[in-house]
Design a binder for this molecule. Structure first.
Ligand code: FES
Ligand code: FES
Length: 156
């Protein structure tokens, strides 16, 4: 994909001019620009529902200044895969039933898809920046580990 130019961010592969309101956070700016898969949770950096990647690294977009996205690549859950070709982590959450209400799911997936063996060996601590208010952590950890809970339905 092309490199973002200064004054623009490449959002899910699409160049977008970065002209945020003063003090605007990346999450609000992304949603204002159509990235509605980015969730608004605590708005205080605590829950991880708003997690996106900036230049490949997960950030809590509610506490990331939007103007800092200039010249950077931003990926939201909508840019990770497509309905026809899900990202392997999206596929894993589906197969493991790693969600209940789904509110935390996009953020969980954006964090988990960056994990290497090191983070996987340190679950649940590696997921401590992402809260699930439905407390479906076991299924979420199974999803992150690539386990399949076919008999258990969603959650659990
Ligand atoms: Fe950003 Fe909770 S909404 S961390
Ligand atoms: Fe409901 Fe995590 S917050 S599934």
């Amino acid at each position: 994909s092309p490199s973002p130019r200064e004054g623009e961010a490449l959002v899910d592969g699409r160049p977008v001019p970065v002209r945020p309101e003063p003090g605007q956070c990346l999450r609000t700016w992304l949603r204002d620009n159509g990235a509605l898969g980015v969730k608004k949770g605590c708005d205080a950096g605590d829950c991880g529902a708003c997690t996106v990647h900036v230049d490949g690294a997960p950030v809590h977009s509610c506490i990331y200044p939007a103007h800092r996205a200039s010249g950077r690549t931003v990926t939201t859950v909508q840019g990770l895969g497509t309905p026809e070709h899900l990202h392997p982590t999206q596929e894993a959450f589906l197969r493991a039933g790693g969600f209940q209400c789904g509110f935390c799911t996009a953020g969980m997936i954006m964090t988990a898809c960056t994990f290497t063996d090191r983070e996987l060996a340190d679950l649940p601590r590696s997921l401590k920046g992402n809260l699930c208010r439905c407390t479906g952590y076991r299924s979420i950890e199974d999803a992150v580990r690539g386990r399949v809970n076919v008999d258990e339905g969603f959650g659990g």
